[in-house]
Ligand binder design. Structure first.
Ligand code: ADP
Length: 634
């Protein structure tokens, strides 16, 4: 099968583009992996923040309400003192002796309400009675007129204040109420409560939260480090004012500075703080929170809930990695699928090429078969023509044989006439003599003469018989005895043989040959006659008839020691009408006819030129295997 060379030729541009693909593909895949991982991370982070903020919203509401209820549960308490007569007496007559009983009353009330302190101020802001009258750092007699809660309450407004006590240095929430009598404010009742329980509760619940007051200062915080820090930047004037009010005692009121701040929505921020050792994520350098802020009812305060985003971040990172890994897997699957598709495509192409080559081959075979059929037809035509020509030739050959025979007869007639004349003359003489011997009564001599006459007549009969058989047209089939054929030929040529004194060497065995007897005789007459001609000027002419078996044939060598054949003559030996003999001596048909007769009997006639001189004609004829009857005598 012949392959199309274009299929094998490497496609250079294809190789180049494949190389570029192989070089660019890995970084591109890595880039896409990182990109998709990042997108996965961001999406997961955003959705996580959304879910967290929804949850946080509920948590914020819950805890803010807890803070509100904690604060509001004391609001009624200062106003209760209005109902107490001893308080009114004390305020109307500070030196009236009611102080002690008020002190004790306040002490009992404070104990029951679990507040830090309850005290009563006159309208000038001086403490007239207090629950901690027994303590060394009692407020008794202290002037607290500078406190904002007093100033508000004395004006008849509810006094709310978170601050650090100037006496105790302890932070607390102050609720003040102006005590009225007959529509006139006679003093101010103040209750100080601590909100530490809220902080403790947050810490126990591992909740991160803080409450900032109207100045933006964190007053309550689950993380003590954030306490008394400003959630927003304070101007120097505000700082000075606050310092002067001693609301936060001497605390520096530093700003709570997150490392990063991002506003996500109204009241929702993302804040990143440096991690401190007290947090659960102590090993981290920074902690990011979702900060949700809500204003607390009835106060200017704000409650902020901090939800750590570390877990969310870890989860988002896992999601991002999962997306990247999924993409990598899909890419690998895609590449594997593509490779497989290519292999299948290559196989299909190869199969198509094979089928194409096969059909091409089949087409070629069909074309060649058609050509062969046509040439076969041509050959058949030629064979028919040749057969026809051969038939014509055979006919012509037969005609030639016949003509040759006639010519030979013509040639021989002279010698035959000569041959017959001699016995005829002898017969005439003998018969004349015999008549005379009979007349004389010499019967014995007459009888002897008659016997001689008989012998002469036999000889003459043989001569004429051989002539007749020579002239007869014979069939291709038949069989011949070699010895009889040789004898008949020598008989035909007996006169010439006798005249030439040739020495004959019979070195053959009698064989039954597959050729017509007459034809064999014809061949031998020709060959021996030619030999006699060639030896005409030879002083010691010798003729050898040598035979040998060769496979299924018998070779008879007719060799003479004549003048031989020169090179020019050798080329034309078997050509019809080629002769070197002068005048009417040669017709040039003898060898041609002999060779064609031998060939017709599936034998051959060839010539050899012995180194010793002379010529040898080799007649090879097939043997008759089956024993057959000997041919009839001529
Ligand atoms: P013809 O005898 O009539 O010439 P042939 O065909 O028998 O025709 O022979 C052709 C020629 O071959 C002869 O003329 C002769 O020159 C040559 N030739 C045949 N036999 C011999 C032989 N035995 N020796 C030499 N020459 C021969």
């Amino acid at each position: 099968m012949k392959c199309d060379p274009s299929l094998l030729r490497p496609a250079l541009p294809a190789v180049k583009s494949r190389l570029i693909r192989q070089l660019l593909l890995p970084p591109l895949i890595i880039l896409l992996m990182v990109g998709l991982g990042l997108i996965g991370y961001v999406l997961s982070d955003n959705s996580g923040i959304r879910i967290l903020s929804e949850n946080g919203e509920r948590q914020l509401e819950l805890h803010a309400r807890t803070v509100e209820s904690e604060i509001s549960k004391y609001t009624y308490l200062p106003s209760l003192l209005e109902l107490e007569d001893s308080v009114s007496q004390l305020l109307s007559e500070p030196e009236g002796g009611a102080r002690q009983s008020v002190n004790e009353y306040l002490e009992g009330l404070n104990r029951r309400s679990r507040s830090r302190a309850i005290f009563v101020l006159d309208t000038s802001g001086r403490v007239q009675a207090t629950s901690n009258w027994r303590d060394a750092d009692s407020f008794l007699g202290e002037d607290l007129s500078f406190r904002a809660y007093f100033q508000d309450a004395v004006r008849g407004e509810p006094g709310r204040f978170y601050g650090i006590g100037s006496t105790t240095g302890e932070a607390g929430y102050y609720l003040a109420h102006g005590l009225e009598e007959h529509g006139k404010i006679i003093g101010v009742a103040v209750i100080k409560v601590r909100l530490d329980t809220l902080e403790e509760r947050w810490q126990r619940a591992r909740l991160e939260a803080f409450v900032s007051d109207e100045n933006g200062i964190i007053i309550l915080s689950s993380d003590p480090a954030r306490r008394l820090k400003a959630v927003r930047a304070l101007s120097p004037q505000t700082k000075e004012r606050l310092a002067r009010s001693l609301q936060y005692y001497w605390w520096p009121l530093n700003e709570l500075e997150p490392l990063a701040r991002e506003t996500l929505a109204d009241g929702v921020e993302k804040l990143t703080f440096p991690a401190n050792s007290e947090t659960a994520q102590g090993k981290l350098h920074e902690v990011t929170y979702l900060a949700q802020t809500r204003r607390l009812a009835d106060t200017p305060w704000h409650f902020t809930l901090l939800t750590p985003l570390q877990d969310l971040r870890r989860e988002s990172m896992i999601q991002g990695v999962l997306v990247a890994v999924a993409f990598a897997l899909l890419t690998i699957l895609g590449i594997a699928w593509n490779e497989r598709r290519k292999v299948i495509a290559t196989r299909l192409a190869a199969r198509e090429a094979l089928e194409e080559a096969n059909s091409h081959l089949e087409r070629k075979i069909a074309e060649r078969t058609a050509d062969l059929r046509a040439s076969n037809e041509r050959l058949k035509g030629q064979i028919r023509e040749r057969r026809h020509a051969e038939q014509t030739l055979r006919q012509a050959q037969d005609e030639l044989v016949q003509a040759g025979k006639l010519a030979a007869i013509g040639q021989m007639s002279t010698s035959i006439a000569h041959e017959l004349n001699q016995p005829l003359a002898a017969l005439r003489t003998l018969s004349g003599n015999t008549v005379r011997f009979l007349e004389r009564g010499a019967l014995e001599t007459a009888s002897a003469n008659l016997q001689t006459i008989n012998g002469l007549i036999d000889r003459m009969g043989r001569i004429t018989a051989s002539l007749r058989s020579f002239a007869r047209r014979a069939d291709d089939g038949g069989q011949a005895s070699l010895a009889q054929a040789v004898e008949a030929s020598l008989q035909v040529l007996a006169n010439r043989i006798a005249g030439s004194h040739v020495q004959l060497h019979n070195l053959y065995e009698d064989q039954l040959l597959a050729i017509d007897q007459t034809r064999l005789e014809q061949i031998l007459v020709n060959l021996i006659g030619n030999a006699l001609d060639a030896m005409a000027s030879q002083p010691q002419p010798q003729l050898w008839l040598e035979g040998e078996l060769q496979a299924d044939k018998y070779r008879l060598l007719v060799r003479d020691n004549g003048h031989g054949i020169d090179d020019d003559t050798r080329k034309h030996l078997f050509e019809p009408f080629f002769t070197t003999k002068p005048g009417e001596h040669g017709l040039g048909l003898g060898l041609t006819l002999s060779a064609s007769l031998a060939a017709a009997a599936k034998g051959s006639l060839s010539v050899e030129h012995p180194a010793s001189g002379g010529t040898a004609f080799v007649l090879a004829l097939p043997l008759v295997n089956a024993p057959t009857e000997p041919p009839q005598q001529p």
